[in-house]
Design a protein around this ligand. Structure first.
Ligand SMILES: O=P(O)(O)OC[C@H]1O[C@H](OP(=O)(O)OP(=O)(O)O)[C@H](O)[C@@H]1O
Ligand SMILES: Nc1nc2[nH]cnc2c(=O)[nH]1
Length: 181
């Protein structure tokens, strides 16, 4: 996408969650995770690339021992609707016997997070917990619910705070919804 096209998309978009409220949501999630996992020595796995902002901010707010690694799956690529899930990077650290905390930007249909949890249990994880920055409201039932949720977003395509629109605007500190067609 050209820089001009990216700027036009942002200019026409609707603010869903300000930078201030996004930061507050991360702090609240960090407190909830701390209360639950202080003594668990978890392996925190960020789902790249969408989790980059959430995971980065969250990690610095977790005041207990943990290991960090990442995995990568892709289902949307440059589209605004999901397709076939493909594994780009499998978890490389040893997950067997570990308490694993999966961190992702958004839970939409839930297919991505459900597949990741399934894979981690297959690799022998003792416990798998999930944290998403945004949970999308939906009338359809999802195959998984996240253990920790930052904000709820409407059933529209959203971007910012790690979430992209055709590769652009992961770097925004706030969350926006794409202009309605
Ligand atoms: O709940 P679902 O409907 O399965 O969608 C959620 C997934 O979609 C996005 O990933 P995407 O495939 O766009 O990859 P990305 O992280 O590279 O943007 C997002 O980062 C979540 O992992
Ligand atoms: N950027 C982005 N990625 C998604 N993956 C699943 N739903 C969404 C969404 O609304 N925005």
């Amino acid at each position: 996408m050209t820089p001009e096209a990216a700027r036009k998309i942002l200019a026409e978009a609707e603010l869903i969650c300000s930078a201030e409220n996004s930061a507050l949501a991360v702090r609240r999630v960090a407190s909830e995770i701390t209360a639950r996992l202080t003594n668990a020595n978890p392996l925190v796995l960020a789902v790249m690339g969408g989790a980059v902002v959430f995971a980065g901010q969250l990690l610095s707010l977790l005041p207990f021992p943990l290991d960090f690694d990442y995995l990568q799956v892709s289902r949307y690529r440059d589209n605004t609707t999901g397709g076939q899930l493909s594994w780009v990077v499998e978890p490389s650290s040893t997950v067997a016997g570990r308490c694993v905390l999966v961190v992702d930007d958004i839970l939409d249909e839930g297919i991505t997070l459900a597949e990741i949890c399934h894979r981690l249990f297959a690799l022998g994880a003792a416990e798998v917990l999930t944290a998403v920055f945004a949970d999308k409201q939906s009338d359809c039932s999802k195959p998984i619910a996240a253990d920790f949720v930052g904000i709820t977003v409407p059933d529209r395509y959203v971007f910012g705070f790690g979430m992209d629109i055709k590769g652009a605007w992961r770097n925004l500190p706030a969350v926006y919804a794409l202009k309605r067609e």
